[in-house]
Design a protein around this ligand. Structure first.
Ligand SMILES: N[C@@H](CCC(=O)N[C@@H](CS)C(=O)NCC(=O)O)C(=O)O
Length: 211
C-alpha cells in the first residue's frame, strides 16, 4: 500500500514534502484538506494537528523535516536530497531549520495577509483536490477560516509591512549551501495576487490520487 500524505493544498510546508517524495521517487497518495479540517485529518493520521503528515509503512512522520529525512533515506548514494559530506550536510540542516523557523512562517503570514481579502482567489486556489464536501462548504466556512488563520498566525494591519530579517541570519552562508538549502526550503509562497486574472497557472492538482 502506498504511503499517505495529509496536506493543505496551498501549504508551502506540504509542497516541500511533495517535492522531496517526488524527487525520491516514493509513491504516495495525497489527502488534501482545507484549513481547520486539516487539524482533524492530521490527528487522525497520527500527527499533532499540523500538516504535512506522512503515513508510511515505517511509521508516521509529522514534521516536514522528518519527511525529507525519510525521503533522503530512500534515495541511492549520489542522488541524495542532502549532501553526503558531514560539513555541507550540517550547513544544509542549519539552513533548513532557519527556513522552517523564520522564512516559512513569515512567508506564510505575508501570503495570507494578501490572499485573505481576496475571496475569489481563496476559492480558486485553496481547494484544489480537496474532497467535494469541503469544496462545497468552503464559502460557508470562509469567515471562520479567515478568523482562525488571522488569529493563529497573528495577521494584522502591519503584517504586510517589510521588516529586516533577524540580524546575522543567513548572511554568512556560502552559495552552494544556499542552493541546496533553498531546495529544502520548498516553495516560499507565490507572489500575492494583484490582478483580477492572475497570469500564473492554478496549482497543479494532486500528483497522486486524491482522497
Ligand atoms: N514545523 C512544521 C510546520 C508545519 C505547519 O506549520 N503546517 C501548517 C500548514 S502551512 C499548519 O498545519 N498550520 C495550521 C495549524 O497549525 O493549525 C513542519 O515543518 O511540518
Amino acid at each position: 500500500m502506498p504511503a499517505r500524505l495529509v496536506t493543505i493544498p496551498i501549504s508551502h510546508y506540504c509542497e516541500k514534502a511533495r517535492w522531496a517524495l517526488d524527487r525520491a521517487g516514493i509513491a504516495y497518495r495525497e489527502e488534501r484538506h482545507v484549513q481547520i479540517v486539516h487539524r482533524v485529518a492530521s490527528r487522525r493520521a497520527g500527527g499533532g494537528g499540523t500538516v504535512p503528515v506522512l503515513v508510511a509503512p515505517e511509521g508516521v512522520f509529522a514534521q516536514s523535516a522528518d519527511i525529507l529525512a525519510y525521503a533522503d533515506r530512500h534515495t541511492a548514494p549520489g542522488a541524495r536530497l542532502y549532501p553526503e559530506e558531514p560539513g555541507p550536510r550540517a550547513e544544509v540542516a542549519t539552513l533548513e531549520r532557519d527556513f522552517d523557523a523564520d522564512l516559512g512562517p513569515e512567508g506564510r503570514r505575508w501570503m495570507y495577509f494578501h490572499i485573505l481579502p481576496r475571496r475569489d482567489l481563496g476559492r480558486a486556489y485553496n481547494c484544489t483536490g480537496v474532497p467535494a464536501w469541503e469544496r462545497r462548504a468552503f464559502p460557508l466556512m470562509l469567515g471562520a477560516m479567515s478568523g482562525y488563520v488571522r488569529h493563529l498566525f497573528a495577521i494584522g494591519p502591519e503584517t504586510g509591512v517589510q521588516r529586516a530579517p533577524p540580524s546575522g541570519r543567513h548572511s554568512t552562508r556560502s552559495p552552494p549551501a544556499w542552493r541546496t538549502g533553498a531546495a529544502t526550503c520548498a516553495a516560499t509562497p507565490s507572489p500575492p495576487p494583484t490582478s483580477p486574472s492572475p497570469p500564473w497557472p492554478r496549482p497543479r492538482s494532486c500528483r497522486r490520487s486524491t482522497a
